[in-house]
Design a protein around this ligand. Sequence first.
Ligand SMILES: Cc1ncc(COP(=O)(O)O)c(C=O)c1O
Length: 378
Amino acid sequence: MIIYLDNAATSFPKPEETINAVQRFLTEIGGNPGRGGHPLSVEAARLIYEAREKLAGFINGKDSERLIFTGNGTESLNLAILGLLKEKDHVVTTALEHNSVMRPLDFLQKTKNVDVSVVPCRETGELDLTVLRATVTRRTKAVIINHGSNIIGSVQPLDAIRDAIGNSTLILDACQTIGNIPIDVQKDMIDIICFSCHKALFGIQGLGAVYIREGIELTPLKFGGTGSKSEYTEQPDALPDKYESGTPNTPGIAGLLGGLRFIEKTGQAEIARRKRISTERIVEGLRGIDGVIIYGEPLNSKSLPVILINVEGVEPSEVGYECNRAGICVRVGLHCSPLAHKTIGTFPRGAIRISPGYFTEDAHISHLLEVLKSIASK
Ligand SMILES: Cc1ncc(COP(=O)(O)O)c(C=O)c1O
């Protein structure tokens, strides 16, 4: 039996709606959208239009043309960061960021003298809002925040952040929060939101998205064929084509539409409730095992379904090995956020991340707890 508890990396299994939508595209549609007038190309374009409308509606984006499809959360963040920041700009970010933020910023620091300030976080994963307020100045071009930590699941308060950063452009990394907690780009005053579609949106791998508030212009990350304005060698200025060159991942977009239908049918609150129950069961079980260290505050009412642990006296890789042998899929080691690991004291050893999903069953949790108990008692 395989027990999948790595939903923060990507959700699995996928709902039937996702699988059926991908299969339908591959068996009945299959055309290249916007690249022809034949019925299969037109049907593919119609499907993308529907997905764009639905996803923009999901985050209350005013204009679905400002919703850009990308290859993953990383590409979304690269488009926002490399597309917005120019020579010597000042940018503020946090110690909880993923490398898909830190690495483009490192590149810009080295090649364009971009000035990067990193605001510290507490061990519990809360951002230091006083330092944030003091670090943002009139010359700050953008503030980049990881909305929900992929390491310890803490969620940052968007209203307090907006209050601290004033009118600065907010780039929100919502890879872990989209689908897990409601997001309203207008009410939450998010200027650019970047996310993956293969985690809590139940899409398949190879798809991400960005929503860009009106008035913000980015330099495209890619230039090329868009299926529009084919008579010109110049990149079109119209959205979404400006930022979406090349054949899109239409099977992935079909899968996303299926995932969104599943969320609509099941209810986001119900999905969150089930994940919460699994998280509580796991944490309560772990608390009963001597030698298990739990980081952060996974039972905080605002936390994501992400639990980070270590077992005293046992290397994380060894815990991972035993879990693999027992058919349990968890993430072990360092999880693409070195500064976050330093903040909570799990650098460079790393830790074990357990992330239950909507399809996690009680029997999976019991088996996980038994295996961890046996590892801790050795
Ligand atoms: C907070 C955060 N940002 C960015 C990413 C990158 O997303 P992707 O793997 O879709 O490129 C992830 C993926 O785990 C993440 O958790």
